[in-house]
Ligand binder design. Structure first.
Ligand SMILES: Nc1nc2c(c(=O)[nH]1)N[C@H]1C(S)=C(S)[C@@H](COP(=O)(O)OP(=O)(O)OC[C@H]3O[C@@H](n4cnc5c(=O)[nH]c(N)nc54)[C@H](O)[C@@H]3O)O[C@H]1N2
Ligand SMILES: Nc1nc2c(c(=O)[nH]1)N[C@H]1C(S)=C(S)[C@@H](COP(=O)(O)OP(=O)(O)OC[C@H]3O[C@@H](n4cnc5c(=O)[nH]c(N)nc54)[C@H](O)[C@@H]3O)O[C@H]1N2
Ligand code: SF4
Ligand SMILES: [Mo]
Length: 726
């Protein structure tokens, strides 16, 4: 194909020889774009395109989705199971049977010696829902450890906890289509253009058509903030105060929907009494946002016909993460903006299937948003799975972040990591390293054998990735979408579902229970369990999902289409059917900048990379645009310290240090630096990760550091190495 002027440098696109397109859903972020992967005559994936008829992305993809088909052939993939007696020895290649036998034996040994909860399982938001459900059955019904959680504790835990406190259940009430109706949108700690490019595109298109006000709350001038009508550059960690003050103004000025509040909520008096204390002048001193701007934003939100709030990690990853979510829910309840077109508190999810794990993995309870604390739920699931209800714990066990502490103190002795890389992604790398070294047994199940955490394992299980298998993901707007199998698994790697089933078989109880082999059979089982629940998927099947390019739950049996919104009738999931307005006092409890460590360290992401780069670090057209760890720094602050653009600087916190390339930019204020977290042995050497009391999610975005020039990089590197050897 030729484009451009015929005689002068025409652009040639060579024919990739696609003979078949296969339907899948993107495996990176939670936007949930439908992708078709093109196969050539030999069945090799050679191209990808966005699906035009898919409501989510309407033909579009971001650069990660466009290049995702290249993943199947990236270096570092695990082709064979590996094993070693001690983590200081080299691995040897073993058969699947040997590796799986060893894992089952170690689980049994550790549980027999130290008790059932001494073996922990940590999973992810990045495998298929059918795999989550099966892992849950294995963890809760067969292995029976209560120390079973996932990396959603690093990510969505605050949103889950906040939704549960306000509405009685998890489940984002809104959808992308709300952009097409809303009269005002507040985006809090969410950088859509880089992190959810296709949601951003939907928002932008809606705004170009109708021009509703966009208010961005973020201490950084993100790309989204650059487009906002009002940008509130908030003091880190103080969002709860801002939302209390917005509620204060809305109540004072009679902008609340008191009819909605009376009919659908409880707790108004206590809530109003707390909010009364948060006048904009007081809030201004804490948040750094001037009082009149707070009043203006409150009026804009309160007067809009419908108004919505979206948020991501700027809220969740905080010592007030769960409270921040409740604060957002409070504001939406107060103005009657829940589950109405254009009016909802819509948490933007992170990983491709973080929703799938929340709904079905049993990490925080039992499948289908059931609770371990509820005897009827225990009974129901025990009967369905064929286990003794007394086998289930009566309340949920530790969160991921607490499990790591329990390894430190010796309560947990064995760990199974599935599709998560804590050596790079958890706060305080040195502490995590020492923690992993304490384990008697670590098994890592990952698509990549070069994943950093694998350096500390005894067994490595190579997993098939994304469209090397089949199943469903649920996206931010509760849309269940299908991944068709596009090509066979790499080397001898196996789908996670197969691995879970093989482990189940190695336990007596597992042999007595039903562990279906195909994802389709598992999906049928989940459908039965979903009947009558909020997360009802009984009206779906793979063909219907593919035909509609994804279906939003609830979709009960007999219903043709999904449901775009929750709580449209104002009935909530608390036993009394009402939502709760919850008072939120504020206590400032972060590590704050001081004389010795004068900068806020803020952390996050860039568009080219996904998390710890096991995948995107190996795709040429992603990695070459963002190849090195770098730091955004304000030019005025840099000048004072004698730090130049594109020079190296050493950043030090009370935990450790890191050397990064400096990029001078006014994106960050004078007392803040920002470093993306994608690179190993970099920003998470510095982070503190104080935990939210409700969600146990780490405050990745707030701690204190100092910065100094590092002109001699080799010396810096030597110091890093020496520090590590020590
Ligand atoms: N390209 C790419 N896309 C991704 C991912 C990826 O790794 N790469 N990961 C996916 C996942 S799992 C997730 S969770 C999402 C994350 O998506 P986002 O949350 O949008 O991304 P982050 O960059 O982590 O953080 C967002 C913003 O929070 C701001 N922030 C920091 N402190 C505060 C504060 O105290 N208050 C407020 N209001 N804001 C604050 C930061 O300045 C930052 O701009 O992205 C998903 N999409
Ligand atoms: N400083 C700082 N740290 C952060 C954050 C931050 O904003 N700042 N964000 C946090 C957030 S929101 C998140 S979600 C976490 C993410 O942290 P992690 O979950 O640790 O990061 P990933 O790199 O996504 O790890 C997923 C792993 O799963 C593997 N994998 C992919 N697909 C499959 C599969 O199908 N099967 C199996 N078995 N393996 C597979 C990948 O190779 C990869 O190793 O990081 C957290 N860490
Ligand atoms: S926006 Fe998210 S889901 Fe869509 S192609 Fe990009 S990474 Fe994939
Ligand atoms: Mo995340």
């Amino acid at each position: 194909m030729l484009f451009g002027r015929r005689n002068k440098n025409p652009i040639r696109l060579h024919d990739k020889g696609v003979v078949e397109w296969r339907y899948t859903t993107c495996g990176y972020c939670s936007t949930g774009c439908s992708i078709e992967v093109g196969l050539d005559r030999e069945g090799r994936p050679v191209s990808a395109r966005g699906v035009g008829g898919a409501d989510v992305n309407r033909g579009k993809l971001c650069l990660k989705g466009i290049l995702e088909y290249e993943l199947f052939r990236t270096p570092g993939r695990g082709a064979h199971p590996l094993m070693r007696a001690h983590r200081t020895e080299p691995f040897r290649r073993v058969s699947w049977d040997e590796a799986l036998d060893r894992v089952a034996e170690e689980i049994k040994r550790i549980q027999a010696r130290y008790g059932r909860d001494a073996f922990a399982i940590l999973s992810t938001g990045q495998i298929m829902t059918e795999e989550f459900y099966t892992l849950g059955k294995l963890a809760r019904g067969v292995i029976g450890t209560n120390n079973y959680d996932g990396n959603t504790t690093l990510c969505m835990s605050s949103a889950v906890s906040g939704y549960k406190r306000s509405f009685g259940s998890d489940g984002p009430p809104g959808c992308y289509e709300d952009f097409e109706h809303t009269g005002c949108l507040i985006a809090v700690g969410s950088n859509l253009p880089e992190q959810h490019p296709v949601i951003y595109w939907r928002l932008r298109e809606a705004r170009e058509r109708r021009g509703f006000p966009l208010i961005v709350v973020d201490p950084r001038v993100t790309m989204l903030a650059q487009q906002a009508d009002v940008h509130l550059a908030i003091e880190p960690g103080t969002d709860v105060v801002l939302f209390n003050a917005l509620a204060h103004v809305i109540l004072k000025e009679g902008l609340a929907d008191m009819d909605y509040v009376r009919r659908h909520t409880t707790g108004f008096e206590d809530f109003a009494a707390e909010v009364e204390r948060w006048d904009p002048d007081r809030a201004a001193r804490i948040t750094g946002i001037d009082a009149d701007t707070i009043r203006h934003v409150a009026r804009t939100f309160g007067q809009a016909e419908s108004a919505m709030v979206i948020w991501t990690m700027g809220i969740n990853q905080s010592t007030h993460g769960s409270d921040g979510v409740v604060a957002i829910n409070n504001l939406c309840l107060l103005t009657g903006n829940v589950g109405k077109p254009g009016g909802s508190p819509l948490s933007i999810t992170g990983q491709c299937n973080a929703m799938g794990t929340r709904e079905w993995s049993s990490c925080s309870g039992l499948p289908g948003y059931r609770l371990l604390e509820n005897p009827e739920h225990r009974e129901e699931i025990a009967r369905f799975w064929g286990v003794d209800p007394e086998f289930f714990p009566k309340r949920r066990g530790m969160f991921m972040t607490d499990i790591f502490r329990a390894i430190e103190t010796g309560r947990v002795k064995g760990l199974w990591l599935i599709a998560t890389n804590p050596m790079t992604s958890m706060p305080n790398t040195e502490r995590i390293r020492r923690t992993l070294e304490k384990l008697e047994f670590l098994v890592v199940q990952d698509a990549y054998e070069d994943v950093e955490t694998n350096q500390y394992s005894h067994v490595y299980l190579p997993a098939a990735l994304w469209a090397e298998k089949e199943g469903v993901f649920t996206n931010t707007e509760r849309r269940v979408n299908l991944i068709r199998n596009v090509c066979p698994p790499y080397g001898e790697s196996k789908p996670d579902l197969w691995i879970f089933n093989q482990i189940a078989r190695r336990f007596e109880q597992g042999r007595r229970m039903r562990f279906p082999e195909t994802p389709r059979q598992v999906f049928e089982e989940m459908k039965q369990l979903s009947k009558g629940r909020l997360v009802d998927i009984s009206g779906m099947d793979y063909e219907k999902i593919e035909a509609q390019r994804g279906i939003q739950w609830p979709c009960p049996e007999g219903q043709e289409k999904g449901s775009p919104r929750l709580y449209t009738d104002g009935r909530f999931q608390h036993p009394d059917g009402k939502a709760r307005l919850i008072p939120l006092p504020f206590e400032d409890n972060n590590e704050r900048p001081d004389e010795e460590y004068p900068f806020w360290l803020n952390t996050g992401r860039v568009v080219e990379h996904f998390h710890t780069r096991t995948r995107t670090g190996k795709i040429g057209n992603l990695n070459r645009f963002s190849p090195t760890p770098y730091m955004e720094m304000n030019p005025d602050a840099a000048r004072e310290l004698g730090i130049e653009h594109m020079s190296y600087a050493r950043v030090t916190s009370r935990r450790g240090d890191a050397v990064v390339l400096v990029q001078l930019t006014h994106r960050v204020p004078r007392n803040m630096v920002f470093i993306p977290f994608h690179f190993h042995d970099c920003v998470n050497r510095l982070t503190l990760g104080l935990l939210d009391p409700h969600s146990r999610q780490p405050a990745y975005k707030q701690c204190a550091v100092r910065v100094e020039p590092a002109p001699d990089q080799q010396a810096a590197a030597r110091r890093n190495l020496a520090a590590r050897a020590y």
